[in-house]
Design a protein around this ligand. Structure first.
Ligand code: PEP
Length: 250
């Protein structure tokens, strides 16, 4: 098994450039001896600033979204070419806030996934069920559909650049965390889905992060589970004091 822990911070629509720079500098200093794989995803406006600070360190530069088109008349969108120009290495796609608040569907997300891969970016593909879907017993089927449709047309040769983040929507920013057992069960299911698509070795190797109110107090328990390979962190990623203990768990 070649999986390693991968801990990512999604800063969402927070921080001016000066604030982002301050956090990035603190993370570079405090994670330089960290054992895991790390990423920060600031707002588009701070990518250049943060990129200059994390360049050459063990922290990757990520974007929180990307346009489905490469170039052209798409007011307000940001292209993969522009992200690459800023040194972005990874893009988060299909985050639940994009799916549910901005109505991104599986077809659009899949288009973005393929475009990002085509340009050599790593993709963190987010999947996860709403509370009503979980209560209706549909958590597995929702995650399966989002995974299968998100990866449609992605060749096995590109799967090494895909990370999946399981983020139950009811646990994002709410303080409610899935129990490690419940999260692990969905992670195992997603791994099985990847296995059906790409075979056992691919399933064994794919990194599946958990996201949803991860904090220092629950990080080790969650990541101690067999199928949980890291975390995509929102709220707790906004301060070094709360992110570093998660990033240095174990
Ligand atoms: C997220 O937005 O990806 C997330 C997991 O947020 P939080 O950690 O705040 O729940």
């Amino acid at each position: 098994m070649s999986r390693s822990y991968y801990i990512a911070g999604n800063w969402k629509m927070h921080k001016t450039r000066a604030e982002a720079a301050e956090l990035a500098k603190a993370l570079v200093a405090q994670l330089k001896d960290g054992k895991h794989k790390y990423l920060v995803a600031p707002s588009f406006t701070s990518l250049e600033t943060v990129g200059a600070i994390v360049k050459g360190t063990n922290i990757r530069l990520g974007a929180q979204n990307m346009a489905a088109e490469e170039i052209g008349a798409h007011t307000g969108e940001v292209s993969v070419l522009q992200l690459k120009d800023l040194g972005v290495q990874t893009v988060i796609l299909g985050h639940s806030e994009r799916r549910h608040n901005y109505k991104e569907d599986n077809a659009l997300i899949n288009k973005k996934v393929k475009l990002a891969l085509q340009h050599g970016l790593e993709v963190i593909l987010c999947v996860g069920e709403l509370l009503e879907e979980r209560e209706a017993g549909k958590a597995e089927s929702v995650c399966e559909t989002q995974t299968v449709k998100g990866l449609e047309g992605v060749p096995a040769s590109e799967l090494g650049k895909i990370v999946i983040a399981y983020e139950p929507v009811w646990a994002i920013g709410t303080g409610k965390t899935a129990t490690p057992e419940d999260a692990d069960a969905i992670h195992a299911y997603i791994r099985k889905v990847v296995g059906k698509l790409y075979g056992d070795a691919a399933a064994e190797n794919i990194i599946i992060q958990y996201g949803g109110s991860v904090k220092a107090e629950n990080a080790a328990q969650l990541m101690g589970k067999e199928n949980i390979d890291g975390a995509l962190v929102g709220g707790a990623a906004l301060k070094a004091d709360t992110f570093v203990p998660i990033a240095k768990f174990g």
